[in-house]
Each structure stands twice: as C-alpha cells, then as structure tokens.
Design a protein around this ligand. Structure first.
Ligand SMILES: N[C@@H](Cc1ccccc1)C(=O)O
Ligand SMILES: CCCCCC(=O)O
Ligand SMILES: [Zn+2]
Ligand SMILES: [Zn+2]
Length: 522
C-alpha cells in the first residue's frame, strides 16, 4: 500500500469501499426478499356459506366399502388406448352402463343431465339452484395406457387386487381415481339431499392418453357452442408432494398453473438395401443411432427460473430451513446453482429444461440384409420459456446431418399460465378445501405439469385452468405413472373423494370474501 502513489491509494480505497457497499446492498436485498416473502396465503379458517348447512365428508363403513369396490370395478374394465385409432372400444362401451349402475342417484337426479360425447366420453351438467353463479368444471379421463404383468407385484395389472391397504392397477393414479372419485363425491352428496347452488360440469374423456381429439376436444366444442364460460376448470396433473422436494418437511400441495408444450418428431434415414456380406461404411441404423445419441448427449439448454417454476419455489421458500430458504427466495441470484441440483433426477430435471425422450426405434428386415431404412420417434416436452420452433431449430442443429429426415408428428407450445392471486375464485376454493381435508399440508404453491392433459383443450372456456389431484404423492410414485405397480392406498382414495365432496360444497359460495378475512361458522 505504502508503495502506491497517493492517487492509486485513493482509487484502491474507492474500489474496496465500493465492493463493500455492493456486498452489503446485495445482502440486504437477499435477506429482505427472504424474510419479507409473503408466507403462503393460508386458506380462510372456516368458510361460511349463506344459509346452507355444510355436510361433513364422514362416510359410513358401508359407503367406504362401496367407493373402494366401485373403483376396483372401473379398473377391471381394460379401457386401454394404444393409438388414436386403436383403443379397447369394447371396454370403453361397457364403461357407460357401469357408471350408470354404480351411481344411481347421479343418473336419476332431475337437475343432472348426462350426455355421451364422441361415442365413449361422458358429459354431466349439474344444474345449480342459483343460475347467477358462473359454473366450474371437473374433468378426468377414462382411458389408460397399456400394462402387462411382468414386473408387477400382482399377477394382473387390471385385477384391481387389494394388498396391504393399496388397490393395485393401471388407472388407479392415472386417472380412474378421479373419474370415480368425482362421481362418488356427487353420489354421496345427492344421497344427503344436497343440491349445489353453483352449476358445474363433469367431463370424462375417453382418449386423453392419445391426445384427446375424440373426447375432450368434442366436449369442449359442445360447451363452447352453448356459450359456456367457466369460473375454473380442475384436471389431473399435479399432487400433494410429500418427501419429493428436498428440504421441505411438510407436504406441499402443488397446483399446476400451466403445462409444458410437446413436440413429437419422427426421424428417418433411408439407404440402399443389399447383402450384409458386403456392407457400406455406414448403414441407416448406424447413422440414425449416432444422430439420436447426439440428441441424448446434448440436452436442451437449462431455462430454469425463466418460467413459472420460479413462482413455485418462491411460494415455498418459507417452508425451507436456512440456508435453503434464502436460495429459494432469491432465484434471480441462485437459479444457476439450484438448477444444477434439480437436473440430477428425471422429475425435477423436467422443471429445468425441455426434455428429450427417444421412445420408438424401428429398423432392419433381416439379419443378413442391409437395412433399407431406420425410423425413430423422439418426444420433447417443452419448457414454458421455449417454443416449438425454437426446439426444432436446436434439434436440427444438434443432429446436423442431412441424411436424417426430421418430420413433426404433433406439436403444441407451452400452455398459458393460469391466474395465481388471492382474488382468483378457483384458487380460494382449492386453498380452503385443501385446508379442510389435508390440514397437515404446509403450503399451496403454483407449479408446472410436466406431462400433458386434456385440460389444454378447454382454453376457450376459461383461462383459470388448474391441474391438481388431491392425492399424496411420494418419491416412489412417479415411476408408477405409465409404469409398474401403479397403485393408490385406500386411505388416499377416500381422502380424494372427501376433497371432491368438500370442493363441490365450497364452490357454492358466491364470491370468496376478501382474502385473509376472518371466516366464521354459520
Ligand atoms: N397425458 C399423456 C398423453 C398425452 C400426450 C400428449 C398430449 C396430451 C396427452 C402424456 O402426457 O403423455
Ligand atoms: C401427472 C401427469 C399426467 C400427464 C397426463 C397423463 O399421462 O395422463
Ligand atoms: Zn397418463
Ligand atoms: Zn392422465
């Protein structure tokens, strides 16, 4: 220091003080955002409804047996979708008579209209006593993805076998639990002479797993032709996460306010067939395999923090203990650090970037014939901060091989982000109902549905589209989706029905009182 000229010493002191000032300022901002982050808006304590008695979701032992057996019967109907034009239509056709038999009150109520749409989908219109109240909609899907016995703990994925308190079967989580849960909640309310004030629709699509073009699309078009506008729509797509988000102790209800986009590409390479005894330097299989490997080895760029995923972590910040709470409340600063951690597992990596999944590969005709062609399908689920066009441009640049033909089978951009503020009616109802049925849930936060759902077809009927099933979801549940040992505990299913039983009643109030107001019993 002494060796420096007075002028240099002055500059150095200025720099040091400047750095200190900047550090202090940064610290103030970081701590202010952490500790001033609004605690998760808790639902109103007791939700008063004008002049109506509230019916508690207390189901008799007989009713609990009944709802369990009804779900099992639905699982046993193998309503499998293989492709848009390849479904088990026999089972789909049986589903209508089945629910008519299981839900007599729903099908006989004078104020409920049932319609079959697109041959195998179902639309119920439940006419409320107060036509002034804007209707809402609950949707779910009847169809399931295929399942075969190898790898399952039970003999038959469609047996609905009950074991250790769980009902096993394809569709127990995705999504017959919601189909049967919605109808059973309504059935139990009707048996208690309940008539809703606010009208609502129930839409049960029969081809969600293959895009929904014949079910949900037609239901939405029919309601649009009737001029229907919805106060909110609730579909599958997210859960009550327990032990899934590292660093959070209490269960967190994540309500997906958007869903990723998707693009399904078909890659192909053609070449001249010939005798395998005199092979060319490269075959179509080798060329395509190399292109696919490039896609897998060069994941899409991290966009973490540029979409609504940051809302989720900021809303959850108070649930984290120090120092994670500081990181979550300051993603503007720590997003790169957090994304490195999140990309370690498939489910959270799906929040960080557009995902790349090579799902089909067909090539070759015989072991001694040079393959005339090689074909592959790659399924991308697009991060909310990216578009179909941007993804396709990156795919083209990554493959960088004119011998590989790239075709788009289907594509749609990420969905709009639904409202998430204290004034949003649906959100108020969800918070209240979650508090009613899952009092140990520590927070309710917005999220992204990493898969795609039928709800994306209803954007012309409302902008308040939410994806959430009130089922506690643990780390070992994700692989069950479209995978092995799909199962739901009897307790979880009963609570799902209880949630829907409450949701219908809680949706009956006029408009939620100002948020954070004190609510009181009647
Ligand atoms: N829900 C399924 C099927 C689906 C695919 C693409 C669009 C819509 C639905 C999925 O997310 O994979
Ligand atoms: C939880 C994500 C659900 C995606 C929609 C489906 O696979 O039916
Ligand atoms: Zn599915
Ligand atoms: Zn589903």
């Amino acid at each position: 220091m002494a060796a420096l000229s007075p002028r240099s010493r002055g500059v150095l002191w200025a720099v040091l003080w400047g750095l200190l000032g900047a550090t202090v300022a940064l610290l103030v901002v970081v701590l202010a955002r952490t500790y001033s982050v609004r605690p998760p808006a808790s639902a109103p304590t007791i939700w008063a409804r004008k002049g109506e008695r509230h019916i508690d979701p207390a189901f008799s032992p007989q009713e609990r047996r009944e709802l369990k057996e009804a779900l099992k019967g639905a699982i046993r109907l193998q309503t499998v979708s293989f492709a848009p034009d390849d479904q088990n239509t026999t089972a789909l056709a049986e589903f209508g008579p089945y629910i008519r038999k299981v839900f007599p009150a729903v099908f006989s109520a004078s104020f409920i209209q049932h319609e079959v749409i697109g041959e195998y989908s179902h639309l119920f219109t439940v006419q409320g006593s107060d036509p002034q109240l804007q209707p809402y909609m609950l949707i779910a899907h009847i169809d399931v993805v295929p399942a075969s016995p190898p790898g399952w703990d039970i003999d038959d994925p469609f047996s609905a076998e009950e074991r250790d308190g769980f009902i096993y079967g394809r569709g127990t989580l995705d999504n017959k639990n919601s189909v049967m849960g919605i109808l059973h909640a309504l059935e139990f309310l009707l048996r208690r002479n309940y008539r809703p004030r606010r009208s609502f629709y129930i839409g049960l699509g029969h081809d969600e797993e293959v895009g929904g073009q014949k079910g949900a699309v037609k239901i939405a078009a029919e309601l649009e032709s009737r001029g229907v506008q919805l106060s909110y729509l609730l579909d599958e797509g997210s859960f009550i996460l327990e032990g899934v988000i590292t660093g959070i102790k209490k269960p967190a209800a994540i309500i997906a306010v958007t869903e990723k986009g998707a693009v399904t590409t078909h890659l192909s390479v053609t070449s001249v067939p010939g005798h395998s005894s005199a092979p060319p330097k490269r075959t179509s299989i080798g060329i395509l395999s190399e292109a696919l490997s490039r896609l897998e080895l060069h994941p899409m760029p991290s966009l973490f923090g540029e979409g609504p995923e940051s809302m989720m972590f900021e809303e959850l910040a108070p649930e984290f203990s120090f120092p994670l709470n500081i990181i979550m409340a300051n993603l503007w600063l720590f997003a790169p650090l957090l994304s490195r951690f999140l990309e370690q597992t498939p489910t959270t990596n799906a929040l960080v970037r557009t995902t790349t999944a090579i799902t089909l590969f067909h090539a070759g005709v015989k072991s001694n014939v040079i393959p005339p062609s090689a074909n592959a399908t790659v399924n991308f689920r697009i991060h909310p901060a990216q578009t179909v066009d941007e993804v396709l441009e990156i795919v083209d640049k990554t493959i960088n091989d004119k011998r590989v033909k790239i075709e788009v089978e289907s594509a749609f951009d990420p969905l709009p982000v639904s409202p998430w503020d204290d004034q949003t009616f649906g959100l108020q109802v969800f918070r209240k109902t979650i508090q009613d049925v899952f009092p140990d849930v520590g927070s309710v936060a917005p999220g992204i549905c990493i898969g795609n759902t039928d709800s994306r077809h209803f954007g012309s009927l409302t902008n308040a589209i939410y994806r959430f099933n009130p089922v506690v979801f643990k780390p070992d549940d994700m692989p069950r989706f479209h995978g092995l040992n799909e199962k739901i505990s009897v307790e979880s299913f009963e609570k799902q029905v209880g949630f829907l039983f409450q949701l219908i009643q809680n949706s009956d109030i006029d408009q939620p009182p100002e948020p954070h107001a004190n609510f009181h019993e009647l």
